[in-house]
Design a protein around this ligand. Structure first.
Ligand code: GUN
Ligand code: ZN
Length: 438
């Protein structure tokens, strides 16, 4: 048996959802401990109690560091890594000018492998241990991401993006049949292999024909334990475009609903400009809405109604949406969610922001029994934050009266410099110069 490892530091975990229960849903230990055995968390609690119970455990003392569950990014496009921060366009122009040309480069599997590895290393350096990513239309782009995740031991959700309409450019289209066949083959190859989870991925209804949506709806019905991800009501121009392409649909959501693409394992990115029928149907289906705040400000999409939607009981996750999002960091993403909340008159408490970036996103991915919290039985994916990582943050942190004042400057002003360590299934992610001793 490999030895148990006892991680000591401040710990923050969740006994429930802060949107429903308030900040007391979060449990903070000033001097806490997380016991890790065989890649899983076996116990959490006060450091003195666990230390006395496990005198033989190897000890890693993170000092004042804050141990959190690893961040979970519930919607991203790894193929857009190299074109993040592209200037000046709104959604449809941005897709045509920057996104599609870059995604075409993934016809070369070697390029896909290079970006997949680069991308996951960037995520880990930002404390993100799980992502749910789109790939490109090329099946090898999904293989590349799953291979890179396997090499790093990461729990990754991903799927081949499907687009068969002539609204997508030449070279970046599949067909209804090939999308079904390729998705099915990838699903058989990867879903449930180690920590890989396959996600059925129609990009959005403007780039699919009804035949393709129907084929992917059928594939989902044949594999109901899989997730399905797509985009919904991100920009007003996009909604008008959907209306022109699907004149018989009652609304944007109906273009998915009509083809079997609405369900509780469905992930709907953005979901900003929703009609009442759409919010009702999404809630009845217990579908997950994924808030992408840095993307929504960067591409100029609008202000997601976090307060209203969570109060109505919608399942909500948080995501970067890179490269539409302007940062790989879930800290920066929480800050943007806070700012959008402020613009709507509903600021989010730090406990709610941290919950969204961990357990909330895990919940959106139906993975809360495996990741997203510090609790016995969960996989030991963890991030350790330095709450005084820069002089500007440190001087504000020095005035903090409680854990929320202590962590909020890092949420608002932190970046990868705040990530003191990342652990994947109990293993420390090594950086250049690390000795690998803990
Ligand atoms: N809608 C369809 N595709 C995309 C994409 O790649 N990024 C964003 N932000 N929205 C989309
Ligand atoms: Zn997206």
């Amino acid at each position: 048996m490999p030895p148990a490892t006892l991680h000591l530091g401040q710990t923050l975990s969740f006994a429930g959802d802060p949107f429903a229960l308030g900040p007391t849903a979060a449990r903070h230990e000033r001097r806490g401990a997380v016991l890790v055995e065989n890649g899983l968390i076996s116990q959490t609690g006060p450091a003195d109690v666990l230390g006395a119970q496990h005198p033989d455990a190897a000890v890693v003392d993170h000092g004042e560091g804050l141990i959190l569950p690893g961040f979970v990014d519930a919607h991203a496009h790894y193929p857009q890594t190299a074109m993040i921060a592209s200037w000046g366009k709104r959604l449809i122009d941005w897709l045509n000018s920057y996104t599609f040309p870059e995604e075409m480069r993934f016809a070369d599997p070697a390029y896909a492998r290079d970006i997949a590895e680069r991308y996951l290393d960037i995520l880990l350096s930002h404390g993100t241990t799980t992502v749910c990513s789109y790939c490109t239309i090329h099946p090898a782009s999904a293989d590349a991401l799953f291979e890179a995740a396997k090499a790093r031991g990461m729990r990754v959700f991903a799927g081949k993006t499907c687009m068969d309409r002539d609204t997508a450019p030449d070279g970046l289209r599949d067909t209804a049949q090939s999308a079904y066949d390729d998705s099915k083959a990838l699903l058989a190859r990867w879903h449930g292999q180690g920590r890989a989870e396959y996600v059925i991925t129609p990009r959005f209804s403007p780039t699919s024909t009804p035949e393709q949506l129907e084929a992917l709806g059928a594939l989902w019905a044949e594999n109901p334990d899989c997730l399905m991800q797509t985009h919904l009501s991100e920009q007003l121009d996009e909604i008008a475009w959907v209306k022109s392409l699907y004149p018989a649909a009652r609304d944007y959501l109906d273009t998915y609903e009509a083809y079997g693409l609405l369900g509780s394992r469905g992930l709907y990115g953005h979901a900003i400009h929703l009609d009442p029928r759409e919010t009702d149907r999404l809630r009845e289906a217990d579908a997950a809405l994924v808030h992408c705040p840095t993307s929504n400000t960067f591409i100029g999409s609008g202000l997601f109604d976090m307060a209203g939607l969570t109060a109505a009981g919608q399942r909500v996750g948080l995501a970067t949406d890179t490269g539409g999002g302007s940062s790989f960091s879930m800290l920066r993403t929480m800050a943007a969610a806070y700012e959008i909340g402020q613009l709507r008159g509903t600021p989010l408490h730090p406990s709610a922001l941290l919950w969204l970036a961990t357990q909330g996103s895990a919940n959106a991915l139906h993975a809360e029994d495996r990741i997203g919290n510090l609790a016995p039985g969960l996989e030991a994916d963890m991030v350790v934050l330095d709450l005084a990582s820069t002089p500007a943050i440190a001087q504000r942190h020095a005035q903090a009266a409680d854990i929320w004042e202590a962590v909020f400057p890092t949420i608002m002003m932190g970046d990868d410099r705040a990530v003191a360590a990342t652990y994947v299934a109990g293993e420390k992610v090594l950086r250049p110069g690390d000795q690998g001793l803990d």
